[in-house]
Design a protein around this ligand. Structure first.
Ligand SMILES: [Zn+2]
Length: 689
């Protein structure tokens, strides 16, 4: 008995059909061929889990297209965004490991609403023992380990408001990590301006939720200072005031504005911050300024302070007292800084597409140095910025700094914090990821506290292209396909990507990164093709640079610029935890004769659907790749098509390149003479087919 016939007869017997003879089988095959070629439409029933209505039925986005956010995904003609400009004077005291500061916030209300009150973020309050973040930290801790400490949290000593030339103080209402300022008079809409001056202080936590803190090194502490001044919450057209508290996982959502800030620190410390250092002559030695100039013209990393010089008196302009470092950055959503006596310092030039040159710098303790470690940080930083600038949008600022310290990896505009003991590929991955965040969410300013996938996932997606390009793929592993691992994670995952971070299972939040990245890969390589995807993705970035896109603005832009209704895609991968299981379930021949063509049936067994890639190998060795569009699943979960084979089919494989997170790859393969996965036939029986 030919192997194929055995297989088909076995299949029929499983369907409780009478044992069939060879001629009946030929007629059966012909019948299928007839139904394909005749006027009678193929009946496209859904399989057990799949329901084509669930997937392809209408979706109404919660935010309709309007004059603020257009239906095509771009900022509308009346898009508005408020602005917060900051002037800050802050002092780092080593004696009591604290920051004291004065901030003046000039806030512009461009919204159409008069505002009775303002909301500010007081993120340091996370470290109070009674914070919500401390209360919700699991008994065995987690990555953020927010247990609070006795001195933790902001001390707000005064709040003064100046509005329409009237000045008054007010008592702020503080609720956990938020502060409400109830105004004496409403702030005018459409450009009303108000000034708020706050005197404040806080003790620097050792471990600031893996985002800031202090690290003890041989030559002194490294202070990584972030979430360090009262920041205005975003007021937008979608939520009004965005007042979600800071609890650990959910990061930050801040307004854009200009920052002018002064950091006073002990004179034997170096200070690095977001933006431009405006007073180098007042804080650096002549030798350091000369070396910095040399570095700003060099493709190779230049040491500004080397390991023989670190912590020596001659590396400081002044031996006693303090120095004040003056920084400035424009059109930024935040600032952070770092200070230490222990820093080695190196730098190199970055070439940007416009011809502009900026500077990449790294600062790290002697323990982190070495060519297999932080000695290459600046090289990683420089090339990452060059790659992302060329591929997506030019880096807008003049400096980028990578700091070695206590935080595993954290990003701010123009400055990143990476873990002190990382080496080689791990350091590369950390540096390229954290600086990648300067595109998402620092340039494309999405709401991190609510839609974590929109920055972590997009950043992870671009990181893999940086790895491919950096130093001829030194750290690129094309064989590491993420789809398989993600399929494994998705089997138990119960929270969709649209879940806010504080409600996401802590074992699953990695999906914000790798599932989102895989989704963009699938969209690029399987659904749209690289050319159409890259165009639409760049449109999204340019439309929303220095603005606040919602998820729907991204979905709409991709639909519109790529020219496809991709709502099914957004629904299955971002709004649900639906799984994908594509299967080949039957191979027959027209009139039982392979040379007349093959009749192949594939099925979609789970709730998600995707286009189908098939690798078909015929007995004579001829191999062909076939792509069927997702539209084959629009009316049901079973699809039969004719393939013009010249002889027997030797094998068929669905998704041979493992691009999809198929939860059951066992049923993706047909091999001549080997019975197809019985699980499929059981499923067929279960739905009465
Ligand atoms: Zn990240």
């Amino acid at each position: 008995m030919p192997a194929l016939l055995f297989q088909l007869l076995a299949a029929q017997s499983e369907l409780s059909m009478p044992l069939l003879n060879y001629s009946f089988f030929c007629a059966l095959a012909g019948c299928i061929a007839f139904s394909i070629g005749s006027c009678k439409a193929q009946k496209l029933a859904d399989t057990s889990a799949y329901n084509h209505q669930d997937l392809f039925g209408p979706i109404n986005w919660p935010v309709p297209g309007n004059e603020i956010r257009s239906a095509n995904g771009s900022p509308g003609a009346h898009y508005w965004q408020n602005k917060a400009d900051y002037t800050i004077h802050a002092t780092l005291s080593e004696k009591d490991t604290s920051i004291s500061g004065n901030v003046i916030i000039n806030y512009t209300n461009n919204s159409p609403d008069k505002l009775e009150y303002l909301w500010l973020q007081l993120d340091q309050n996370l470290f109070r023992p009674d914070s919500r973040g401390a209360a919700t930290t699991p008994i065995n801790g987690d990555r953020f380990n927010v247990k609070g400490f006795g001195r933790g949290g902001y001390r707000i000593s005064s709040v003064t408001v100046t509005y329409q030339n009237k000045k008054y103080t007010l008592n702020p209402i503080v609720t956990d990590t938020r502060m409400q300022l109830r105004l004496n008079e409403r702030l005018e809409a459409n450009g009303g301006r108000i000034s708020i001056e706050i005197n404040y202080g806080f003790a620097i936590p050792f471990y600031g939720a893996d985002r800031m803190g202090r690290l003890k090194t041989r030559n002194g502490y490294i202070y990584e200072i972030a979430q360090w001044y009262p920041r205005v919450c975003v007021y937008d057209d979608a939520e009004g005031w965005n007042t979600l508290p800071y609890m650990g996982l959910g990061e930050f959502y801040c307004e854009y504005g200009d920052f002018d800030y002064y950091i006073t620190a002990p004179a034997d410390m170096l200070v690095f911050g977001s933006g431009d250092l405006l007073n180098p002559a007042e804080v650096l030695t002549a030798k350091q300024i000369t070396r910095l100039k040399e570095a700003s013209k060099s493709d190779q990393t230049v040491m500004i302070i080397n390991k023989d010089e670190v912590a020596k008196p001659e590396t400081h302009l002044k031996q006693n007292g303090t120095l004040t470092w003056h920084f400035n950055i424009k059109n930024s959503r935040d600032i952070a800084w770092a200070a230490s006596k222990a820093f080695l310092w190196d730098a190199a030039k970055v070439d940007l597409p416009s011809g502009r040159n900026i500077i990449a710098q790294s600062a790290y303790p002697i323990e982190s140095s070495g060519e297999n470690a932080w000695g290459r940080s600046t090289e990683y930083l420089k090339h990452s910025i060059e790659i992302y600038s060329k591929a997506y949008l030019e880096y807008p600022w003049n400096s980028a700094v990578s700091i070695s310290g206590v935080a595993l990896g954290m990003e701010y505009p123009g400055i990143i914090f990476c873990l002190h003991n990382l080496k080689n590929e791990n350091l590369w991955a950390d540096v390229t990821h954290e600086i990648g965040h300067n595109w998402f969410p620092m340039i494309v300013g999405s709401n991190e506290r609510k839609y974590m996938w929109q920055d972590e996932g997009f950043n992870t997606f671009i990181n893999q292209y940086a790895a491919e390009q950096f130093n001829k793929g030194e750290y690129f592993h094309p064989e590491n396909r993420p789809a398989k691992a993600i399929a494994r994670e998705m089997k138990t995952n119960t929270d969709p990507l649209m879940t806010p971070p504080e409600a996401m299972d802590l074992d699953d939040y990695g999906l914000y990164y790798n599932k989102t990245s895989l989704c963009l890969d699938m969209l690029r390589n399987v659904v749209l093709g690289p050319e159409r995807f890259d165009y639409a993705f760049k449109i999204y970035i340019s439309r929303w640079a220095m603005k606040h896109p919602l998820p729907y603005d991204f979905f709409r832009t991709m639909n519109d610029a790529a020219g496809e209704d991709l709502n099914w895609f957004w629904k299955e991968w971002f709004l649900t935890t639906w799984k994908l299981d594509q299967a080949v379930t039957s191979v027959k021949y027209v009139f039982g004769t392979p040379s007349k063509g093959s009749i192949i049936t594939i099925e979609n067994l789970e709730k998600a659907a995707m286009p189908v890639d098939l690798k078909i190998v015929q007995a004579d060795g001829k191999t062909e790749m076939l792509r069927l569009p997702v539209e084959i699943w629009q009316r049901g979960g079973s699809w039969t098509f004719k393939y013009p084979s010249a002889g027997k089919i030797q094998s068929i494989e669905i998704d041979p390149d493992h691009q999809l997170p198929d939860v059951n790859r066992g049923n993706n393969i047909y091999k001549e003479g080997i019975k197809l996965n019985t699980q499929i036939f059981n499923k067929k029986r279960a739905v009465g087919r």
